[in-house]
Design a protein around this ligand. Structure first.
Ligand code: SF4
Length: 265
């Protein structure tokens, strides 16, 4: 057994996760589609908000082929309320690729529409259980503070647990604001940043979210909600927002109306 303190900390983290990690539906599966759907939904959206969407989505489209067989507008409508609807469009496109050609090999996940470096690593770790640590903003923060010499790797066969544990640690304890170092953090003992009293200083800067009220995001959201609820929206209700949705393929135009993307094809 390694005497390296960082490796010991990872073993401790894995034990903590096994005892305390919350049971989430996407943690009961290694199915790539389920993992991809959950990861895409969890980007920029809290777990509690994702849960009902994930359950509904997977009940309706349990395989990529089920989603690929429907117009993209159905995916965008089902996404209504989660935010960043481009994610729904990308998921629909990825489902189409997988339904037609099968999954690419793990080192080619990024060939799928909308799958970037983080999501590709998440698929490798959480679906294939390969020894990769998906590094989102939460995990990057934990590494900067707790593992300043770099991630030491997971114990053999424990990459999945270690990855999930790092997500939980970053979200629940090692938070950007109000970190809970002395409020139950399982890795407090021997934490370099906490011991040196520099936790706030050792915080990689995340992107600040722009204000939502009055934003183009909100205006696009109004139109998308009308599309989901009524099946159409007037272009002249907000021409600029309508153009933006059309440019991204999130809606189609029929005369003076916006209609769900892919409808009537
Ligand atoms: S002790 Fe504080 S800085 Fe260190 S890992 Fe825990 S929450 Fe993060």
């Amino acid at each position: 057994m390694s005497a390296d303190p960082s490796a010991q900390a990872v073993r401790k983290l894995v034990r903590w996760f096994r005892d305390e990690g919350p049971d989430l539906p996407w943690r009961r599966t290694r199915d790539r589609w389920a993992v991809l759907v959950s990861e895409v939904m969890l980007q920029a959206t809290p777990v509690a908000r994702v849960l009902p969407y994930y359950e509904t989505w997977m009940a309706r489209w349990p395989r990529p082929g089920h989603l690929a067989a429907e117009p993209v507008g159905e995916a965008i409508a089902a996404w209504q309320g989660l935010g960043y609807p481009r994610r729904a469009r990308n998921l629909h496109a990825a489902a189409g690729v997988v339904a037609a050609h099968g999954w690419p090999p793990p080192d080619r996940y990024r060939d799928l529409p909308g799958v970037g470096a983080y999501t590709a690593d998440a698929l490798r770790c959480f679906a294939d259980e390969l020894p990769v640590l998906p590094e989102d903003v939460n995990v990057a923060r934990v590494i900067a503070r707790r593992f300043p010499d770099g991630w030491p790797g997971a114990p053999r066969g424990r990459a999945w647990d270690a990855g999930q544990a790092m997500m939980d640690l970053g979200r629940e304890f090692c938070r950007a604001r109000a970190p809970r170092c002395d409020d139950g953090c399982p890795l407090r003992s021997g934490c370099p940043a906490a011991d040196a009293g520099v936790v706030h200083e050792v915080t990689p800067r995340g992107r600040r979210q722009a204000r939502y009220e009055g934003s183009m995001r909100q205006r696009r959201g109004f139109l998308l909600r009308a599309l989901a609820e009524d099946g159409r929206a007037r272009v002249d209700a907000d021409p600029e927002a309508a153009e933006s949705l059309l440019a991204e393929g999130l809606a189609d135009r029929r005369g003076r109306l916006l209609v769900p993307a892919g409808s009537g094809r």
